[in-house]
Design a protein. Structure first.
Lengths: 143, 277
């Protein structure tokens, strides 16, 4: 019986220590004892009256992380290949024949795709260098 | 048109990623999500910069963290330029920004934090003096932010006010941050103005967080008018030219043609091209 009572007392004492610690932690009685894992962070958009006077002066271009996935759907013939060297040579040839925006985008995005997910070696690097050189020396035609 | 060609290793070797600006716009962004999708986060060690427009000064800005945050390393170029290694910035780049500056050589660069000095702290203290539960707990931060909403970007100045929210015994004070995102713009008369694009706050977690939020939220929102009016009266002082554009650079930039190292949290540089005469 005594052993049983001592066991209950010991468990109660441990529980008291943990509960007291938790209460101190939650009340923040001592510095840095608050629950820092659950801060509140909010952001609200605001429509200002000043906005009506705004003149648009500059633009943005964003390389979206889904760009390559979307181009894979739209340009299956470019992104379905067995030989990455041939694939890069093909987009370079296409751009040399007709330097337009869509073909320029293929030069850039296929280079990024192959170098980072398919193969990266000296020959690939040389082909990408060629792709860049041609895009700089022969800018694409705009409407 | 300018673009940056990032390499995995020093001396232009290893995997590579092209960050380009095909439309020749002011800001071309390669965010963390894009770098991550190409497994290119935290691996950049060298870069080649290309420009086909020598009349336009360009800049390639490497950011230490996602969301165009943390330490920055900016490289200016208007022709091809090779950077064979990145001492002090090796394997840390998590987002990239290419800026094509205004070709107009007449530009004023304002360092906003330096310009605001202690006046901004005093203005905030005056504003908070009517609220007994809240006091400023540090310098007001002015920070470069690019907000991305899908394929739309916007360059903003984040005004962040660190505060202590005083609570009754036995609770200790709560830390909080009041935030206003400011959109600087040029109006039809070529004057610089600004407005609050968004507002918000951060409050430390604890059992009083909810009740503090309940009191703080309406006060932060109600203060938007005062923020806009103070901002525009301050901006009237700098309307000494007829500005043609206003755009921002992270950290402290002296000249758009110079390289610089900085931190997004330390300063925000406002670039103001102007008409002569």
């Amino acid at each position: 019986m005594t052993v049983f009572l001592i066991a209950i007392l010991a468990i109660s004492a441990i529980s008291l220590v943990f509960n007291a610690g938790y209460i101190v932690h939650e009340l923040g009685i001592y510095p840095h004892t608050k629950n820092r894992k659950t801060p509140v962070e909010r952001k609200f958009m605001h429509r200002s009256l000043y906005d009506k006077d705004r003149k648009k002066t500059h633009d943005f271009y964003i390389t979206h992380h889904m760009t390559i996935e979307l181009r894979k759907l739209g340009h299956k013939d470019i992104y379905t290949f067995k030989d990455p060297y041939e694939a890069l040579e093909k987009v370079i040839r296409r751009y040399e024949e007709l330097p337009v925006r869509s073909r320029y985008d293929d030069l850039v995005h296929l280079s990024n795709y192959i170098s980072n997910t398919v193969k990266s070696d000296e020959r690939i690097n040389q082909l990408i260098e060629r792709a860049i050189d041609i895009s700089v020396s022969k800018p694409f035609k705009t409407n | 048109m300018a673009h940056a060609h990032l390499f995995q290793h020093n001396n232009f070797t290893g995997r590579q990623m092209i960050a380009d600006n095909p439309d020749g716009v002011r800001y071309a962004l390669t965010p963390f999500a894009t770098m991550s999708a190409l497994s290119f986060n935290d691996i950049t060690s060298s870069l080649r910069l290309h420009s086909s427009t020598p009349a336009i000064p360009s800049m390639c800005i490497l950011f230490e963290h996602a969301g165009f945050n943390g330490n920055v390393k900016a490289f200016a170029f208007n022709a091809n330029r090779d950077i064979s290694s990145l001492p002090g910035f090796n394997d840390v780049t998590s987002s990239v920004l290419i800026v094509e500056h205004d070709p107009n050589p007449n530009k004023t660069i304002l360092k906003l934090r330096q310009l605001a000095g202690n006046r901004i702290n005093s203005a905030i203290d005056d504003n908070l003096s009517g609220i007994s539960e809240v006091s400023r707990s540090g310098d007001v931060k002015l920070k470069f932010v690019i907000d991305l909403d899908g394929l739309v970007g916007i360059d903003l100045v984040l005004v962040e006010i660190p505060v202590k929210v005083h609570t009754p015994w036995p609770f200790s004070d709560y830390s909080a941050k009041i935030r206003y995102w400011i959109n600087l713009f040029i109006d039809g008369s070529n004057r610089l103005q600004g407005f609050v694009n968004a507002w918000g706050y951060w409050i430390e977690g604890g059992i009083l967080t909810g009740s503090i939020e309940g009191k703080l939220k309406p006060q932060v929102e109600a203060n938007i008018g005062a923020v806009e009016s103070n901002l525009n009266s301050m901006l009237r002082e700098v309307n000494f030219h007829r500005w043609t554009d206003v755009y921002l650079l992270p950290g402290s930039s002296n000249l758009v043609t110079d390289d610089y190292d900085s931190n997004v949290n330390d300063e925000v540089s406002v670039i103001l091209p102007y008409m002569e005469g």
